[in-house]
Design a protein around this ligand. Structure first.
Ligand SMILES: Cc1cc2nc3c(=O)[nH]c(=O)nc-3n(C[C@H](O)[C@H](O)[C@H](O)COP(=O)(O)O)c2cc1C
Length: 357
């Protein structure tokens, strides 16, 4: 049986172990949405996992959803990421940046442009945090058919910036109700052009983004994260047959590219996820979602049952810079403090102690 602590190859990388730091938004970017020195310290501390996936990072100004999330489209942002990549590499780790275009999950007050775009002009339910407090999600502007290639181009530009910065690759965020997922889900996509109306059409945007990014930086540097039927942020996928068809189309569309990995936030034991893994044919990263915090036992069980090749771990890595060592030795864990997840400074960010401290 495969152990969490065994090396694994993805793309052209050999990872030291199968624990992946899950993408975690921390809202601590500086002016111009530039990652700060403290971000390099934070990620460097966590370099002992096999692979770090960065916090969701906007590929363009329009793509920003939340306050103080980093971008990777400007020169200043790219240089901020270079410091992060260097800090992780100096400690023997690997890191890819998660490219997250938030689409309709956003607010004009949270970003340098008032434009909020989505597949269709349908507001997400509920509110979003702004500097002035929670506000209703705005009704987004539906992207014109002729604009879609430009948005794909934003992902390509961001991916090139990531490689320039010395990062090991990118993860396309197609999960959790953000732009790519908004295309996949029928509740947020009522388009009547080639990007909506049928399961296959709803998968088109995701396939185009992955294909274009893989062509630009090499497939071995590209991963994708999906969350079928996560039913979050109003991106609802409640018809199992249609959802299955959409995601099978997506995975069949990208499998021939031989990208580095497919990551999912979903029940790893579900029939659809097992089928998608078989169709994909390459390395798969599992995370069973927010419901329960990932534990060493639940992570190892996923490998024991051969449901995935690696396991993405969120809150335990956030709170334990040396999680892999702690898990290896069965040592006690720091508890994550949800009050310092989103925004602030060093507290709850770089001050979680390592075991030897
Ligand atoms: C503070 C916080 C921020 C998150 N930010 C992101 C994100 O930027 N991108 C993403 O795909 N998932 C994000 N997630 C989801 C995590 O990657 C992960 O799937 C989730 O925390 C469940 O795993 P865990 O039980 O190991 O924490 C976030 C979760 C938390 C708790």
């Amino acid at each position: 049986m495969t152990s969490l602590f065994e090396p694994v190859e993805i793309g052209k990388l050999t990872l030291a172990n199968r624990v992946v730091m899950a993408p975690l938004t921390r809202n601590r970017a500086g002016e111009g949405q530039v990652p700060q020195r403290i971000a390099a310290e934070y990620y460097g501390q966590r370099a002992g996992v096999g692979l770090i996936v960065s916090e969701g990072t906007q590929p363009s100004a329009v793509g920003q959803g939340y306050l103080n999330t980093p971008g990777i489209f400007s020169d200043e942002q790219r240089e901020g990421w270079r410091a992060v990549a260097d800090a992780v590499h100096e400690r023997g780790g690997r890191i890819v940046v998660q490219l997250m275009h938030a689409g309709r999950i956003g607010h004009p007050d949270n970003k340098p442009t008032p434009d909020v775009v989505a597949p269709s002009a349908i507001a997400a339910p509920g509110t979003i945090v702004t500097a002035e407090g929670p506000r209703d999600h705005p009704t987004p502007r539906a992207l014109g058919t002729d604009e879609i290639a430009d948005v794909v181009g934003e992902f390509v530009h961001a991916a090139r910036q990531a490689v320039d910065a010395g990062l090991d690759g990118v993860e396309i965020h197609a999960a959790n109700g953000y732009l790519v997922h908004q295309f996949l889900a029928p509740s947020s996509n009522t388009r009547t052009d080639g990007y909506g109306g049928t399961p296959a059409n709803r998968a088109r945007f995701a396939i185009e983004v992955v294909t274009a990014v893989a062509e630009a930086i090499g497939p071995e540097r590209v991963g994708i994260r999906i969350s079928p039927s996560h039913n979050i942020q109003g991106a609802l996928e409640e018809d199992a047959a249609a959802t299955g068809e959409t995601y099978r189309t997506l995975v069949d569309g990208i499998a021939p590219l031989h990208i580095a990995y497919l990551s999912y936030l979903a029940d790893p034991r579900s029939e659809l996820i097992r089928d998608l893994r078989a169709r994909f044919g390459g390395p798969v990263i599992a995370n069973d979602g927010f419901g329960t915090v990932t534990s060493r036992e639940s992570a190892q069980a996923v490998l024991d049952e051969d449901l995935a090749d690696l396991v993405a771990v969120g809150r335990p890595v956030l709170a334990n810079p040396d999680l892999v060592e702690r898990w290896r030795h069965g040592a006690p864990l720091n508890e994550p403090d949800a009050g310092t997840f989103y925004g602030g400074g060093a507290r709850g960010y770089t001050d979680y102690p390592a075991l030897d401290a």
